[in-house]
Design a binder for this molecule. Structure first.
Ligand SMILES: [Zn+2]
Length: 162
């Protein structure tokens, strides 16, 4: 169990594409646990491996009152609809923005034991899935701003970060 150090914009690792995990072994399991520790410490609802300096396709999500979700090699298989929603990121501290996201998302991935699963999500979970899988492709929420370049400064107390 360890809290890892977060990478912040403009760290180039945030713009790199993470590579697939070949085998979900103990080393990957430790990284997943450390990512949960890091995300919880930072008060986020999601974290991608790029954000802790590992170019591996791993993301964790934990939305209040829902079970924690581990995604290894995740892929969005379907996006339905479009909506505008406010979003932030642990790697872009102090700012949020209005972004375009899907209404509904279908994702396939491996879980923490390497077992394949599929998930259909709406609302915050769908948003978090798109956000974290974007990270693994070097994409940040600021790339989806409805008004390019328009970021909203947020005070630390009301920050809502993915
Ligand atoms: Zn993020």
């Amino acid at each position: 169990m360890a809290v890892l150090s977060l990478k912040y914009l403009p760290d180039p690792i945030l713009r790199k594409k993470a590579r697939p995990v070949a085998k979900v072994d103990q080393v990957i399991g430790t990284l997943i646990n450390d990512m949960f520790d890091t995300m919880r410490e930072a008060g986020g609802v999601g974290l991608a491996a790029n954000q802790v300096g590992e170019l591996l396709r791993i993301a964790v999500i934990e939305i209040p009152e829902e079970p924690p979700l581990v995604l290894v090699n995740p892929e969005v298989t379907r996006r339905v609809g479009r909506r505008e929603v406010e979003e932030g990121c642990l790697s872009v501290p102090g700012y949020s923005g209005i972004v375009n996201r899907s209404i509904k998302t279908k994702v396939k991935a491996l879980d923490a034991d390497g077992v394949p699963f599929r998930i259909t999500a709406e609302g915050l979970l769908s948003q978090a899935l798109e956000h974290e899988i974007d990270h693994l492709n070097g994409v940040l929420f600021i790339d989806h701003l409805v008004e390019p370049g328009e970021l909203i400064p947020v005070s630390a107390s009301e920050e809502m970060e993915d």
